[in-house]
Design a protein around this ligand. Structure first.
Ligand SMILES: [Zn+2]
Ligand SMILES: [Zn+2]
Length: 259
């Protein structure tokens, strides 16, 4: 039993065979999936997918790539939309200085609004952080000082210092297929330092398929491969990693029912 805490089932990659993909996930032992919002303007589409499947839940939020297009979305909008029973998280929001698709001040402003929504609702904030370790650590520390909020660092690919700060502030760390790549020794070394009660797994499908599917389209069923490498990395069995990450996912995504 595993939970894919981050996938993008609304992407066109999946449109033609969404039923089959969700069935394959169930067959592979993936009990629940969280399909993650990248544009509040597409929220209706995402919510419709979550409503169509008993084991699919969703988030509401604006990806940092789209931050400048959605500066009209307020904290109140996020809070209001998150009231739906299928919405179990805020985000993904954050900072992406690798692509810099949106101006950095717009990304930061969007992030702070999402943090405020997570603080107000108690729903976890799904944080996207790429090549922005220092600014992310600073914003998380500063905002946590104003009042704590639940969060997770999704698709963790940052350095040890951001991992340390995130855990210290009560955050969770989510590992994706990147963990399985041969060149990702640094990420595996960081995984060894994360307390067992703070680690979760995700696919980020359709991106970042784990070994042995690297380069192909990713899908929720493949989360088992990331979990397997995480188990080897921290020295537990595959049964134990399934139990650890599932319990952690249900704790941080506190609104998501156990199925
Ligand atoms: Zn992301
Ligand atoms: Zn994503």
């Amino acid at each position: 039993m595993l939970i894919d805490t981050h996938c993008h089932l609304d992407f066109p990659d999946f449109e033609a065979e969404r039923d089959a993909i969700i069935e394959r996930a169930s067959a592979a032992g993936v009990t629940q999936m969280v399909t993650i919002s990248t544009r509040v303007k597409r929220f209706d589409t995402i919510l419709a997918i979550a409503e169509a499947y008993r084991n699919v839940f969703c988030s509401v939020g604006t990806h940092p790539h789209n931050a400048d297009e959605e500066l009209d979305i307020t904290t109140e909008d996020l809070v209001r939309l998150s009231a739906h029973p299928k919405v179990v998280a805020i985000g993904e929001a954050g900072l992406d200085y690798f692509y810099d698709n949106a101006p950095r001040d717009a990304q930061a402003e969007g992030l702070r609004r999402h943090i405020a929504a997570a603080r107000e609702t108690g729903l976890p904030l799904v944080i996207h952080s790429r090549s922005a370790d220092e600014d992310m650590a600073e914003i998380l520390t500063e905002e946590s000082g104003k009042g704590t909020f639940p969060f997770l660092l999704h698709c963790f690919s940052s350095g040890p210092e951001l991992a340390r700060v995130g855990v210290e502030l009560g955050g969770y760390v989510s590992f994706s297929g990147i963990l399985t790549f041969p060149k990702s020794q640094e990420i595996r070394d960081i995984a060894k330092t994360i307390p067992h009660d703070r680690m979760i797994v995700e696919t980020d499908a359709p991106y970042l398929a784990p070994k042995p599917f690297r380069g192909k389209r990713n899908e929720p069923a493949f989360v088992a491969h990331t979990a397997e490498v995480l188990a080897e990395t921290i020295g537990v069995s595959t049964e134990e990693i399934a139990q650890i990450t599932t319990e952690n996912a249900l704790r941080i995504f506190s609104k998501m029912p156990r199925l």
